[in-house]
Design a binder for this molecule. Structure first.
Ligand code: NDP
Length: 293
């Protein structure tokens, strides 16, 4: 078993991003600029946004955070998004999910200018991704592709089984792994809660991508010897063992699964760190007008 080391790869790629951000500053007189909107006080969302802001600073990007109470109206939020869309000094705009129930996340996503949609959730970016055209790829799937590239893992012809079909992870990564591209060219099975005999499906996988949100859901008896395993899950549990007061668990029973695999991502220290890299790379690409002129 070998570890797909998100810490090592993310640090390496962030150094490259910092160099390119310096080049953007030298050429244009301004840093790549990411704007984040955070609604409410959800603990997980606070942590994710804080980490995105800190990472922007570390690679020499500008970042701005707009915070709203849970009570903000949908109309006010959409007006703010439109204002940021018009701001030529902004390269990327993300609205942290989840949103309060009275705000329609689809409306929010579709209001963001697709040329600034560095989360890659806008239907135009998702549609372009389906057609293998330049686009912003959702950050977590992008992070997985970057890991495959960095470790030079051959994916062509392999059977990839994705567990979970969310719009932000499972669905897009299944499309990406099936595309005629490298990484890609897999035969893909996309599974979910209605899948019959999940174990039988997962056992066929050369590559398993687990994005379910259930601690240690993928067990050793579901994994073919030599499989490559990406554990996307981030399941928080309160703990007295850590300074932060909580401990993170993946969707994979790492201790028992890892010995059977050829490659596996740990949690923490795996896909989560690469997600930030995906977001930074999209923001940089936007600042460099690499995707949309
Ligand atoms: P969602 O919670 O939106 O969806 C979960 C998916 O898992 C659904 O498609 C659901 O099926 C499927 N599922 C649930 N139970 C089962 C089951 N018993 N058998 C088979 N499939 C099942 O997922 P997300 O993609 O948003 O998140 C998944 C995990 O990844 C979470 O732990 C989340 O915190 C983490 N995450 C980590 C990121 C990172 O950067 N590492 C980024 C984003 C998420 P159905 O559609 O039928 O309901």
């Amino acid at each position: 078993m070998q570890l797909l080391d998100g810490k090592y790869i993310s640090e390496k790629l962030k150094k490259q991003i910092a160099v390119e951000a310096g080049e953007v500053l030298a050429a244009t007189g301004r840093k790549p600029h990411l704007v984040a909107i955070l609604v409410g006080n959800d603990g997980g969302s606070e942590t994710y946004v804080a980490s995105k802001i800190k990472n922007c600073e570390n690679v020499g990007f500008k970042s701005s955070l707009f915070r709203y109470n849970d009570s903000v109206t949908e109309a006010d939020l959409l007006l703010k998004i439109e204002e940021i869309n018009r701001d030529e000094e902004v390269d990327g705009l993300i609205v942290q999910l989840p949103l309060p129930k009275h705000i329609n996340p689809e409306k929010v996503t579709e209001t963001i200018d697709h040329r600034k949609d560095v989360d890659g959730f806008h239907p135009i970016n998702l549609g372009r991704m389906m057609r293998n055209l330049p686009c912003f790829i959702p950050a977590t799937p992008y992070g997985i592709l970057l890991m495959l590239q960095e470790y030079q893992i051959e994916t062509a012809g392999k059977h990839c089984v994705v567990v979970g079909r969310s719009n932000i992870v499972g669905m897009p990564i299944s499309v990406l792994m099936a595309r005629n591209a490298n990484p890609g060219n897999c035969t893909v099975t996309l599974t979910h809660s209605k899948t019959i005999d999940l174990k039988k499906q997962v056992l066929q996988a050369d590559i398993i991508i687990a994005a379910i949100g259930k601690k240690k859901f993928i067990t050793a008896d579901m994994v073919k010897p030599g499989a490559i395993v990406f554990d996307v899950g981030i399941n928080r549990e309160e703990s007295t063992e850590t300074k932060s007061g909580y401990k993170l668990f993946g969707d994979v029973d790492f201790e028992n699964v890892a010995p059977k695999t050829s490659w596996i991502t740990p949690v923490p220290g795996g896909v989560g760190l690469m997600t930030i890299v995906g977001l930074l790379k999209n923001t940089l690409a936007s600042a460099k007008k690499e995707i949309y002129k």
